[in-house]
Design a protein around this ligand. Sequence first.
Ligand code: SAH
Ligand code: DHB
Ligand code: MG
Length: 221
Amino acid sequence: MDNRQIWNDVDDYLNPLFAPDDDVLTAALRDSDSAGLPQIAVAPNQGKLLQLLAGLVGARRILEIGTLGGYSTIRLARVLPADGRLVTLEYEPRHAEVARGNIARAGLDMVVEVRVGPALDALPLLLDEEQFDMVFIDADKENNPHYVEWAVKLTRPGGLVVLDNVVRKGRIVEPGNCDPDVVGTRRALELMAHHPRLDGVAIQTVGTKGHDGLAIARVLD
Ligand code: SAH
Ligand code: DHB
Ligand code: MG
């Protein structure tokens, strides 16, 4: 038994107050649904939190790993100046195509670039580019430890690394759970906690997306 009903009721109260989906975000979810994409975008308030965090670090360059239909991408890209840049990495060509449509409708196609393919292939190429102010990791969870390592390399001192879905209904603390996504997420959390160049925290969340959580860390000099 969980308290899903009350979590939903609270989100239904909080989200219209602080994080209402505007027409562009609503259309992004609608087009993602009609294309058959899974309904695993961040919740409205989580998207707004990402936007606030990006604003707080004065982000001009953002990296996202895991685009889906571009819902979180749109939230993040909204803080960018006209000459800013968001690179988002997506494995599935069909997801990338839906995302590109949603990003163009949001008027963000000049600042957002969707790169299609396995993120682990794309990440090394980014070493040659300017460092990022923020990295949002939200793709295949078994590779989370690799993504955290790359994020530290690719983020400027003072920048932020954010890792999504770190609680997974509490599955990360189930002793016998050896699912690759759970193992990958545990390793990534331990890496973040002990990394000499990271200072972070992880919090669990409840709401319309169930029981989950996110980890946030600042990159040190
Ligand atoms: N950030 C999105 C949700 C991303 S869902 C949002 O909140 O709106 C996770 C995405 O990661 C899916 O679209 C999936 O296709 C993608 N993905 C899975 N494995 C990947 C990989 N190896 N490289 C890049 N993207 C991957
Ligand atoms: C899943 C992935 C996500 O990125 C998310 O936010 C929720 C669920 C999943 O693979 O189930
Ligand atoms: Mg996620």
